[in-house]
Design a protein around this ligand. Structure first.
Ligand code: PMP
Length: 406
């Protein structure tokens, strides 16, 4: 059906459906092996204990759990979020500075409402999280990429980007960054660069929005200390229950600088009043009554095995001209095909062959042909991952061969 354009705001008209959404619709088909969606593996959750807790929340605490709650979020949930952040590497997060949101997606949206004017710039990694790009688009913010390498942001390049933007008279609303096991690149920003990035931003008076859903999904060793740990007054730090517990509860949060808390929290309240009371109570129970860190360890072990199976299959079945780094954590393997390969067209050929990935174009603020793609491994068992890579192999290898003859 044609949209009724005359009723739509400029904002709504400017929003383009993301390629990921398109893919999700297709990827629902049972015939396809989906290497597209970033769904966490939930079958290993302690479902029996959770169902007992969930039933009690209604039977014994129903008048509380089904009621409105405080705009900033329940104190117990904010304290539990602080405990999660302590494991992330921020040992002293003050629950008074935490705002609970319906997922970190809503926290990104709130950051746009609070800090961005239409036409402002948000500086991003290229590639970056497609959901954030869509939100920036909705708020008429201009996502500008700053150069990255396989480790993420390059501080000297960020300095140049911010200097150039200042020279053009552009207002920068904030830097949006995913320093740990980024979606989609998987990049892990080294500790020394984290401080340098913070220093560059502080020098330019630019706020940092640090999004960290994957920090604890580290395949070897402990999470790297977030930027926010040592740069609290210039960083809005985003956390979520989505990857360590459940995305369906829709619970995330922002740890906000004290000087910005009131405005951030009022902007959040104007959008959604508060995150679901019931979901907050269920999430709090997960974090205080159950062995949540044990669960994170268990799924991280599973993801490590799946990532290895996926990387091994790509190495075995795809042309060696396809470049990628073995995932060190998080949810994704990011692959770069030879220049000129259009992975959007390749995606359609892959779907005909029975497997689907997300083409790199979805994750870039820059339009045009992209030769990159994202494979997700958490939700598919190792055998199916290998099968998916094999199904895609003829189309991938043909596209690489075609690129060679050009
Ligand atoms: N940020 C990043 C980097 C993500 O990958 C995702 C989910 N894929 C989100 C935010 C949104 O997560 P949620 O709203 O479920 O917390």
């Amino acid at each position: 059906m044609q949209p009724r354009r005359e009723l739509l705001s400029h904002r709504a008209l400017g929003v383009t459906q993301s390629a990921v959404r398109d893919v999700f619709d297709i990827a629902m088909g049972p015939r396809l092996i989906s290497l597209a969606g970033g769904n966490p593996w939930l079958a290993d959750l302690p479902l029996e204990e959770l169902s007992r807790i969930a039933a009690d929340l209604v039977a014994q605490q129903g008048t509380e759990s089904l009621q409105y709650g405080p705009g900033q979020g329940l104190l117990e949930m904010r304290q539990a979020a602080a405990a999660v952040m302590a494991v992330d590497g921020i040992p002293d997060a003050d629950p008074e500075l935490v705002v609970i949101t319906p997922g970190s997606q809503a926290a990104i949206d709130t950051a746009c409402r609070t800090f961005g004017n239409p036409g402002d710039v948000v500086v991003v990694e290229d590639p970056t999280f497609v959901g954030a790009l869509t939100t920036f688009n909705t708020w008429e913010l201009d996502a500008v990429a700053t150069p990255t390498d396989e480790q993420g942001l390059i501080p000297a390049s960020l300095e140049e980007t911010l200097t150039a933007l200042a020279a053009e008279g552009r207002r920068v609303a904030f830097l949006y960054t995913i320093p740990s096991f980024a979606n989609p690149s998987g990049a892990l920003l080294p500790a020394e660069r984290r401080d340098e990035v913070a220093a560059v931003c502080e020098r330019h008076g630019v706020l940092i929005v640090e999004d960290n859903p994957y920090g604890q999904i580290a395949f070897d060793g402990a999470p790297l200390t977030p930027i926010a740990a040592a740069h609290r007054e210039n960083t809005v730090y985003l956390g979520t229950m989505s990857k360590i517990f459940s995305p369906g509860v829709r619970i995330g949060w922002a740890l906000v600088p004290s000087a910005l808390k009131r405005e951030y929290y009022l902007a959040a309240e104007s959008a959604f009043i508060h995150a679901s009371t019931y979901s907050q109570m269920l999430s709090t129970a997960f974090l205080t009554q159950l062995d949540w860190q044990g669960h994170v360890r268990e799924v991280t072990d599973l993801y490590r095995e799946r990532a290895a199976a996926l990387a091994g299959a790509v190495r075995e079945h795809w042309d060696p001209a396809v470049e990628f780094a073995d995932p060190k954590g998080g949810f994704f393997l990011w692959a770069t095909l030879p220049q000129g390969v259009d992975t959007l067209a390749l995606m359609h050929r892959g779907i005909e062959a029975g497997a689907v990935f997300v083409p790199g174009a979805a994750f870039s603020p820059v339009e045009g042909v992209h030769s990159t793609l994202r494979l997700a491994y958490p939700f598919v068992d190792a055998e199916r991952l290998v099968e998916g890579v094999q199904r895609l192999a003829p189309a991938v290898n043909e596209a690489v061969a075609e690129a060679r003859t050009r």
